[in-house]
Design a binder for this molecule. Structure first.
Ligand code: PMP
Length: 406
């Protein structure tokens, strides 16, 4: 344990040490079965109980209503870029079989590279349906091409009866998040969503890959689908959590008889919903470790505990970032008040300064701070398992760095 360092990586990211110790034991012997967790059958009664308990821990901690199912799938966030389009277009075909394909509309809110990637996948899979941009934060940046903030509420234009409305709650690379309380400019504009679409309940999809379990999900019950890869706040890579409303779990073959293309069965929600997430072999080990993290979270007080904890951590980092900005040493890459709690992105001003910053951090045992290659600079990821001690250590180092450089 002494050899472990402060890991501010963007994902996969740190996991609680106590969980890793328990998982290490279970790699040899899971629940007294004499078989390790990476070796045991997913059809064993021990794992069957475990996966149901894990889904229940998510249900309990996020207050997921009985209208929604919790599924474990594979394929990561990227798999869901495809799955949400295919399943929700299938739903729309079943609801409106006679509609011309181009009248099925998919609305995307673009706030960063991940929502843009999801949009691009939708254009690949639309198969005649219309993919629209409902708002684009780049249009509101100074240079017209940077994802450095959120669109103002006045900029949203949703379709009246879309098959899908898509947003990414936390943009891991760009460092923006709909983190404001509802109604404030840095919140998702729920009040602007179409009222009473003829397709029934709203087909609202939220990518929560990098903020899942870090705080409560606003208006969870109003979503059609919320999904997240486990590998930031929850567990190892390899399992994707999907919270899906029952009307979005459809017979994709019946929809295919109406139009579109056949849907790969591994991306259809229904077989997963019908078989406790195990129509095929799930990510046993990743689900196991995620379950341990969820049990630990429960003991600490769940998402409201993490909301307070993560709020404090990001305030400390944004405070020192403002000091660095005032002294001309650091430069935030996101507009004030629109930044993410989970991924804080900034530049270091001056010749060779970024390399000095990173080398100094590494020397002090802090890693994972280099920004994504597409935006450069520094990215501080403050996921649930980043401790307050690590955060304080980083903030003290940044303050020292600002003194030396200014
Ligand atoms: N959405 C967001 C917000 C992400 O951060 C990521 C990955 N970092 C993805 C989607 C893609 O997820 P995956 O790598 O699991 O396919």
């Amino acid at each position: 344990a002494e050899s472990r360092i402060a890991n501010f990586g963007a994902g996969p990211s740190a996991l609680p040490e106590s969980v890793l110790h328990e998982a290490a034991q279970s790699l040899l012997n899971f629940n007294g079965t004499g078989i390790g967790i990476a070796e045991i059958s997913h059809r064993s009664k021990e794992f069957d109980i475990y996966i149901k308990e894990t889904a229940n821990l998510i249900r309990e901690q996020l207050d997921v209503p009985s209208t929604h199912e919790i599924l474990f799938m594979q394929g990561g966030g990227t798999g869901q870029f495809s799955a949400v389009v295919l399943n929700l277009l299938a739903r729309h075909r079943l609801l409106h079989p006679d509609l011309p394909e181009q009248d099925r509309v998919l609305d995307y809110v673009l706030t960063g590279s991940w929502s843009k990637a999801a949009y691009t996948e939708a254009t690949r899979l639309a198969n005649g349906a219309t993919v629209r941009i409902a708002a684009d934060s780049r249009a509101h940046s100074a240079d017209g091409k940077s994802f450095n903030g959120l669109p103002p509420h006045s900029a949203y234009a949703f379709s009246s009866d879309p098959a899908l409305i898509y947003y990414c709650e936390n943009e891991t690379v760009s460092g923006t998040q709909f983190a404001g309380t509802e109604g404030t400019p840095a919140s998702f504009p729920f009040h602007l969503l179409p009222k009473n679409p003829t397709s029934g309940l709203l087909p609202l999809v939220g990518d929560y890959s990098s903020s899942f379990m870090s705080r409560p999900i606003p208006r969870l019950a109003d979503h059609a689908i919320i999904y997240a890869g486990a590998q930031k706040n929850l567990g190892p890579a390899g399992v994707t959590i999907i919270i899906v409303r029952q009307d979005c779990i459809v017979d994709v073959d019946a929809a295919y008889r109406i139009g579109g293309a056949p849907i790969p069965i591994s991306l259809a929600y229904k077989p997963y919903a019908d078989n406790d997430s195990m129509p095929n072999t799930p990510s046993v080990l990743a689900i196991y470790v995620s379950g341990l993290v969820l049990k630990r979270n429960k003991g600490l007080g769940g998402v409201s505990y993490y909301e307070e904890f993560n709020k404090r951590k990001q305030e400390k980092v944004y405070d020192v970032l403002r000091e660095g900005d005032a002294k001309g040493v650091l430069k935030p890459k996101v507009r004030e008040g629109e930044g993410s709690w989970m991924n804080i992105v900034f530049g270091v001003i001056g010749e060779g300064a970024e390399a000095r910053f990173l080398a100094g951090a590494e020397k002090r045992g802090m890693k994972g701070l280099k920004g994504h290659r597409s935006v450069g600079g520094i990215r501080v990821s403050l996921y649930n398992s980043v401790t307050e001690e690590w955060t304080d250590q980083l903030v003290a180092y940044i303050r020292e760095f600002i003194e030396v450089e200014s």
